[in-house]
Design a protein around this ligand. Sequence first.
Ligand code: NAD
Length: 263
Amino acid sequence: MIRVLVSGACGRMGQAVVKAVLEDGELELVGAVDIHGGMDAGEMAGCGKSGVLVGTDLLAELKEKKPEVMVDFTRPDTVYRNAVMAVEHGVSPVIGTTGMSADDKEKLHQMALEKTTPVFLAPNFAIGAVLMMLMSRQAAKYMPQVEIIELHHDKKLDAPSGTALQTAEMIREVRGAVRQGHPEETEKLPGARGAEIDGMRIHSVRLPGYVAHQEVIFGGLGQTLTIRHDSINRESFMPGVVLACKKVRALSGLVIGLEKLLD
Ligand code: NAD
């Protein structure tokens, strides 16, 4: 059994992770942390008493519960601090929180190597989203003109989404800079054409009703190709999170992307 602590346990994703860990035969929930604690983690996640109380002090929980893996679904301004604390205590973070800076990722990678405590991060734990990214990279070789539209619920703190940035990064691996649109186009409202990476445009939609969705639209002569993925609920991420909990200890440094764990 792999000993797992969930950080951000009371959040939308955290509750789904608590449930997934409790239901998996190879994982043991040993700790749960959030800003407000005191309740039973299993009851809070709607799956019955677990005997694990949600704590509020991550450091104390790491020392007392001695997990092997810490799953983190908290906030962009918290995740790095949590991950460093875990690595310092020999606990491998499985990070779902998006919005960590490239600089912090590099520092975490070095620290993970020094402490021989591997870290795994996925901007998207849904297998369908990973396939969308892999297929987009493949399509961009032949149809390099592309724009990304990502759509999320309106409680999301970061924009564009980690998935959109990772998709753009993977497309960048196979094509150079391509400027989309007319060379003389002007924005009558600033931001109308979205964010830009190497000429690729990313548009972020935030509305109640959405969970996590993305369209990657390729344009060519007389044709378009759209690759779309929809997470319609948070269960979609759980097989990926469970897989990462089982595989993270065998990695080295900071590994990014669920595709790295797939055979
Ligand atoms: P949420 O706001 O519902 O939950 C965040 C939880 O973290 C809250 O309960 C909050 O109290 C807690 N928290 C905040 N600071 C904390 C701290 N210092 N210590 C412990 N707990 C703390 O948010 P959510 O919808 O669950 O999303 C969480 C993160 O996961 C976001 O960054 C989101 O973008 C990301 N996300 C990633 C994936 C993926 O597949 N990688 C999927 C969905 C969401």
